[in-house]
Design a protein around this ligand. Sequence first.
Ligand code: SF4
Length: 185
Amino acid sequence: MSVQEQIETLIQKFPIFEYGFLKPSQIEFSEKVRTICRTECSRYNTSWSCPPAVGSVETCRKRCLEWQDAFFFSTVHEVSNVMDLKEGARTRSSHEELTDRIEQSIRALGLQTWRLSGDSCNVCERCAWPDTPCRFPDRMHPCIEGQGILVAKLAELCGMDYYLDAGTQLWFSLIFYKRSSHTKQ
Ligand code: SF4
């Protein structure tokens, strides 16, 4: 069974809405996404998981290209108004917990992983940036868009929905993976 088939088997027990597999070289990076981070996101310059701490878009692109494959998935959550960011944020923790479990399951296959999430890292109540190093570098999860990645394009590439309707919140995660030297092919 291929690694992709193994992952498809293990995710059957998780409440994933849609998913796809892709090569890191297929991912589109854009300076425009970074501009939106800088000008519109309240998390900019507040976390080790976001710009500027994560480095330039080119640095992020090179980091992503070090991985062999990526697994992209979404979860779906009922909300009264998808434009209400506070309400949407309340649905995030269950998505992140699910992402943790999926990442652990992929690691249990003997694969190395690196995970990006739909928002900045929420492991600590208050991020250590910029005064002290990240407290949990093994658990921290950068934001997908903070890497300069166009999430809508990722969804399109994988044949997934990026938006459903005003009463539905979609959260996305991207888990890069590669074989450890001891993993069977
Ligand atoms: S683990 Fe804590 S210190 Fe590290 S990026 Fe996340 S919130 Fe910040």
